[in-house]
Unconditional design. Structure first.
Length: 201
């Protein structure tokens, strides 16, 4: 019996000095934390990249529209197609884009309205668009009297891939402004921008 106890003590001493399994135990403890951190880092990086891409696309659509003198529905759709290419590799299924041309009164810069009809300015993919003559207030100083600006509003429904305990689903809203490059305003209802929205005002 004494011999067995002595052997057990020797075995315990050897086991205490044996460090061969420490690395495996440490890895088993640390690995789940590292995996969670990696997944979180991927999702955060994706969210930042997506946010920047949506901002870029919003400004790009406004800039492309403002470069033209006249746009048809087909032209606007072509701009949306370009926006889809710019969003790659991210999908545009959760992206909504609206082009809102706004003009100020000839006598009052603060009196600004949507000047064209909705016929040649579809939204992407679909949705409600502000009708002609709908008031659209702008920041003070953005327009002088009898000036126009192309406003582009986008919405993106963001959903995290994995880290849903850290990041929550959200709808990002962006707005971009671009003044027409070549003319007083971009024509959507024909070659000119004549509007009766301010008659009698």
């Amino acid at each position: 019996m004494m011999r067995m106890m002595r052997m057990a003590r020797i075995g315990l001493r050897r086991l205490r000095r044996d460090t061969r399994g420490i690395a495996a135990v440490e890895f088993a403890l640390v690995a789940p934390v590292l995996v969670v951190m990696l997944i979180g880092a991927i999702d955060v990086s994706r969210a930042v990249a997506l946010n920047q891409r949506v901002s870029l696309v919003t400004q790009m659509v406004a800039d492309l529209a403002a470069r033209e003198t006249q746009l048809t529905a087909a032209d606007v759709q072509a701009i949306y197609d370009i926006a889809g290419l710019a969003m790659a590799p991210y999908s545009t299924d959760d992206l909504e884009i609206s082009i809102i041309p706004v003009m100020s009164s000839t006598t009052d810069a603060t009196n600004s309205v949507v000047y064209p009809s909705t016929t040649n300015r579809p939204t992407h993919p679909t949705g409600s668009e502000l009708p002609v003559c709908h008031p659209y207030p702008l920041a003070e100083g953005l327009l002088g009297t009898n000036e126009s600006v192309i406003v582009v509003e986008t919405k993106y429904k963001y959903t995290p891939l994995w880290a849903r305990q850290v990041l929550t689903a959200d709808t990002w809203q962006k707005t971009a402004y671009a003044k027409p490059r070549k003319t007083l305003c971009v024509g959507f209802d024909g070659p000119n921008c004549a509007t009766s929205c301010f008659s009698g005002s």
